[in-house]
Design a protein around this ligand. Structure first.
Ligand code: PMP
Length: 290
């Protein structure tokens, strides 16, 4: 990561580079209270940036934090940062909220000490719909009784890291994650869709995985385009029988899966359509101010 290509907003000011934002004794440093979200700027657009900023504030409240900026103010800050990069830059926009202090034996984040930052870094989009490979992982999504699965929080990601490590060690790009009951939940980094008989199926949100903003957007776009999309309980056998598999997420948008375990899959017509619809949607929205 080149710190020249990072802008960070904290305490009302922009700083160039990967500036320190946590202190050694801060709650988030050692007790994991940081929530974040990820949005993208590319080709002069920032699709659903407002929804990603709203989700950051929602995650913060669910973690017992007290965000100081409204959803709209957080979006304005992010847009101001994006406008400081050259036009058309491919950026990862990361609002973050955390507690500096703790209360109740230091463990509970102290809402009075809530801090907010927005970090924007250059991160190229994949060069196109590069096909990815998926394998199963022995690690599972926790239930909401075990972890705060209703927030997008850094504390959830070490589990995803071990899924990715396991998948990569077997020569795959990503992992299909099951929930505690053995139903398909998502991948380690994105939501998952499959196609059967020309209809689309995706795991029904159960609260244990992120009901992604890109997922919801793509479901709406496909339905408006006349494609049947079912939110259902799915098992790995459904993936074995799928004609197409694709993923959605803010980082790479709609991506085809071209291998599941030892089976090759095409970048098929529905994944192509979903990708086209997403790009049309992104370009129909407000452009980044020059
Ligand atoms: N699941 C996980 C584990 C993720 O990290 C992401 C990326 N934020 C998603 C799903 C997709 O969510 P979204 O479309 O809101 O980015």
């Amino acid at each position: 990561m080149n710190a020249e290509h990072i802008l960070t907003w904290i305490d009302g000011r922009w700083h160039r580079g990967n500036v320190p934002i946590l202190g050694a004794a801060d709650h988030a440093t050692w007790l994991g209270s940081l929530v974040f979200d990820g949005a993208r700027a590319f080709e002069g657009v920032t699709p659903d940036l407002d929804l990603h900023c709203a989700r950051t504030n929602r995650s913060a409240r669910r973690m017992g934090l007290e965000p100081h900026l409204t959803d709209g103010e957080l979006t304005e800050v992010a847009l101001e940062g994006v406008a400081a990069f050259p036009a058309g830059s491919e950026l990862y926009i990361r609002p973050m909220i955390w507690a500096r202090g703790g209360c109740q034996m230091m463990i509970v984040p102290d809402a009075e000490t809530t801090a907010v930052a927005v970090c924007i870094e250059e991160k190229p989009m994949p060069p196109g719909p590069v096909g990815l490979s998926l394998t199963r992982t022995r690690f599972r999504r926790p239930t909401i009784e075990c972890m705060p699965t209703d927030v997008k929080a850094g504390c959830l990601y070490p589990n995803n890291a071990r899924m990715l490590r396991e998948a990569r060690s077997r020569g795959f790009d990503n992992a299909v994650v099951l929930d505690a009951l053995g139903n398909v939940a998502e991948t380690a980094t994105s939501n998952i869709f499959l196609v059967r008989d020309g209809e689309v199926f995706t795991p029904i949100p159960t609260g244990c995985f992120l009901n992604g903003i890109t997922r919801q957007r793509v479901i709406g776009l496909l339905r408006d385009d006349g494609v049947a999309v079912h939110e259902a309980s799915l098992t790995p056998a459904d993936l074995d029988a799928a004609e197409e598999i694709f993923t959605t997420g803010n980082a790479t948008k709609v991506m085809p899966i071209t291998r599941f375990e030892d089976r090759n899959l095409p970048f098929g017509p529905i994944a192509r359509r979903a990708r086209e619809l997403y790009w049309d949607f992104a370009h129909s929205r407000l452009k980044v101010p020059a």
